[in-house]
Design a protein around this ligand. Structure first.
Ligand code: PLP
Length: 229
């Protein structure tokens, strides 16, 4: 049985241990999988103990919320690495480029072009992942799997962007494993190093299927309010 965890640092320790076990079971090194602690909807008071427990990589899904919370937290911990996980709108690109170290949600040419322009202006070049709509859901952000290769080529040749890898959020109601396998094949075909997949409910399976980055929120910080996104 999972040991009882009362605090976020205790839950963080459990997630880290579970990641190590999943990596080992898959014949992989624990160090090959990065944990992104997803702190969206949680305030600085909730985040600070997780920082103090040594976690340095965090994910947020809204630019404005991150801008409100992170500059102060970063003063105490300048080595924090902040990832944007949510869809990016044109009017937030400049802020996103200034604030985030990694943007995981590059999903269309317009945003790619704007990131390139904002990055040159700010002389700040966040690492970038392309979000793939692996379940081909009509409402979901992301590039359709069949168009991913062409989009990566345009990012490089048209927009002048270096993309590090792929990210996905499989359909909520599906078994994620077939989607993880398709993502792994897609990523392998690109030769890119990063594969961001797996959340609180399925990060073990994602590691078994080759994730190099997992994004875990509620298993560390606790349940979010239902509308909290
Ligand atoms: C919220 C979110 C997560 C974390 O979800 P949990 O189920 O709380 O682990 C991961 N990735 C993205 C893109 C998210 O928006």
């Amino acid at each position: 049985m999972t040991p009882k965890a009362e605090t976020a640092p205790e839950r963080l320790a459990i997630v880290r241990r579970t990641m190590e076990e999943a990596a080992r079971a898959a014949g992989r090194q624990a160090a090959d999988v990065t944990l992104v602690a997803v702190s969206k909807t949680f305030d600085a008071e909730a985040i600070r103990p997780v920082l103090e427990a040594g976690q340095r990589v965090f994910g947020e899904n809204r630019v404005q919320e991150a801008r409100d919370k992170w500059p102060a937290l970063r003063e105490a911990h300048p080595d924090v690495e902040l990832h944007l996980l949510g869809p990016l709108q044109s009017n937030k690109v400049k802020d996103a480029v200034r604030l985030f170290d990694v943007i995981q949600s590059v999903d269309r040419d317009k945003i790619a072009a704007e990131i390139a322009k904002a990055a040159r202006t700010a002389e700040r070049f966040p690492r970038l992942l392309v979000q793939v709509n692996i379940g081909e859901e009509p409402q979901k952000a992301g590039i359709p799997p069949a168009e991913t290769k062409a989009f990566l080529a345009r990012c490089r040749d048209v927009h002048g962007l270096a993309i590090e890898g792929l990210m996905c959020i499989p359909p909520l109601e599906d078994d994620p494993v077939p989607h993880f396998r398709r993502m792994k094949a897609l990523r392998d075909a690109t030769g890119l190093p990063v594969l961001s997949m797996g959340m609180s409910g399925d990060y073990r399976e994602a590691i078994a299927e080759g994730a190099t980055m997992v994004r875990v929120g509620s298993a560390i910080f606790g349940a979010r309010p239902p509308a909290g996104g």
